[in-house]
Design a protein around this ligand. Structure first.
Ligand code: XUL
Ligand code: CO
Length: 481
């Protein structure tokens, strides 16, 4: 309780912190790749190595002591009938991995990657894109995720911004080759001051139109790059106080915006899944897509079920007072589990810390949901996670991703053990077996009315209530880790 309260107080401070994470901070020493030979200013055509000395990351098994190797993630290994890489469909988040600066509300950037020259130019954006693709190749990940404004700078007009984006996207397309694609693309509708009241839920008509234009373009480029999904995270689609907010009107606007997105997707022949990413708050005090259940009800109310799925982020789940497992199961049982933003929060702080997942127990619960869902495709696991402020070596970028991939791979192995063993499934089946009777079946088919049930209750007398066997369930779970 105290932690939650503390978290809320800190939340105000974090409004600017969150922006800092997405904003381009050009402070800090100017740097550039060692072998660039002084051509830093306009050097996007540089084709050198960004991560010299770091090899392609290979699987070496659990006994390896090499921190630049996988111990649990073996891409080609088949688990429960599917290759690990097909269960996982890992993706690198461009905004954290290539735009994260380590800045927080109390201090500026701490990360000065050798390829950064301190500018927000198109040339720098292109060089950074080359670094992204070298990283993807070396870490062995086939998907990446981006916001429009992470990968290319915002211009002084929408037209100019679109032209910058086109230029960088053309390079990304070339670098992708035939193997790599975006897992999803999205529009950044929260950093620029015009979005201070929201984008689709802004009180200003011009902002709604601008956001629509930005999403239209972001959908175009996601489609052009072969993206498999498109995400809507409504960072500022919410409110600070209901005293100045017409919540019903804002929600109606949000629904209109989504209906237009569906229509545009069909118009351009984009086959990717549209995903809503719930988050309860931060930067707004209350975000409309609070959690999976809220988002599902929104989709149902506005006739959008069937057009959208959900992108569940583990740290957002815990911010909303749920576990990641709860949010995944809520999405799954509603047929809405589309993608996972793989990260974790810190149990001692109340905000979005976006850490790489390292908890095997949590990863196992996540993977149980993924297995029950039959996988995530066309979604996957996007590492919406960042290095700690204090981690500043280039190799830390690799170590963090290797750690996250290995944790989820370990989760998959443990979850598969649980599924194959069957004891936990059997415990749950037994718990509900009274409903397997004829009368139970009648109830589940909606055919048992209260009069009939009263008759049965009178006939049966006091029911015998069995144990839930929670500790046994926990013991079975632990034994698979
Ligand atoms: C913010 C967050 C975003 C979305 C994409 O908490 O998770 O990065 O994933 O806009
Ligand atoms: Co996210």
């Amino acid at each position: 309780m105290n932690t939650m309260k503390g978290g809320r107080v800190v939340l105000l401070v974090l409004l600017c912190w969150n922006v800092a994470n997405f904003a381009v901070i050009a402070a800090g020493p100017q740097t550039c790749p060692a072998n660039l030979e002084g051509q830093c200013g306009d050097s996007e055509e540089w084709k050198g190595e960004f991560f010299p000395g770091i090899p392609k990351i290979k699987y070496e098994g659990p006994n390896s002591k090499n921190h630049l190797a996988f111990k649990w993630y073996n891409a080609e290994e088949v688990i429960l009938g599917k290759k690990m890489k097909d269960w996982m469909r890992f993706s690198v988040a461009f905004w954290h991995t290539f735009r994260g600066t380590g800045g927080d509300p109390f201090g500026g950037p701490t990360k000065f990657w050798p390829w950064e020259d301190g500018t927000n130019s198109v040339a720098m954006a292109k060089r950074r894109m080359r670094a992204n693709f070298e990283f993807l190749d070396k870490i062995g990940v086939d998907y990446w995720c981006f916001h429009d404004r992470d990968i290319a700078p915002e211009g002084s007009t929408l037209k100019e911004s679109n032209a910058y984006l086109d230029e960088v996207v053309a390079l990304a397309k070339e670098l992708q080759g035939s193997k790599i694609k975006p897992l999803w693309g999205t529009a950044q509708l929260f950093v620029q001051p015009r979005y201070m009241h929201g984008a689709a839920t802004s009180s200003e008509l011009g902002v709604y139109a601008y956001a629509a234009a930005q999403v239209k373009k972001a959908m175009d480029v996601t489609n052009y790059l072969g993206g498999e999904n498109y995400v809507f995270w409504g960072g500022r689609e919410g409110y600070q106080t209901l005293l100045n907010t017409d919540m019903e009107r804002e929600l109606n606007h949000l629904a209109s915006f989504f209906h237009s997105a569906v229509a545009y997707k069909k118009k351009i022949g984009f086959n990717g899944t549209l995903l809503i990413e719930p988050k309860p708050q931060e930067p707004t005090k209350h975000q409309y897509d609070w959690d999976a259940a809220t988002a599902a009800n929104f989709l149902r109310k506005y006739g959008l079920l069937g057009e959208f799925k959900l992108n569940i982020e583990c740290n957002h789940a815990t911010l909303s007072g749920h576990s990641c497992h709860h949010e995944l199961e809520t999405a799954r049982i509603n047929g809405l589990l589309g993608n996972i933003d793989a990260n974790t929060g810190d149990p001692q702080v109340g905000w979005d810390t976006d850490q790489f997942l390292t908890d095997i127990s949590e990863a196992t619960m996540v993977m149980l949901s993924v297995i029950r869902n039959g996988g995530l495709a066309p979604g996957g696991f996007n590492f919406d996670a960042k290095l700690r402020r204090e981690s500043t070596d280039v190799e830390d970028i690799f170590i963090a991703h290797i750690g996250g991939m290995d944790t989820l791979a370990r989760g998959l192995r443990s979850a598969a053990k649980l599924v194959e063993d069957g004891a936990l499934t059997e415990l749950v089946r037994k718990r509900y077996e009274s409903f397997d009777s004829d009368i139970g079946k009648k109830i589940e088919a909606g055919e048992a009315d209260f009069v009939f049930l009263e008759k049965k209750a009178l006939e049966w007398g006091e029911p015998k209530v069995p144990s839930a066997k929670q500790e046994l369930a926990e013991m079975l779970f632990q034994s698979a880790l």
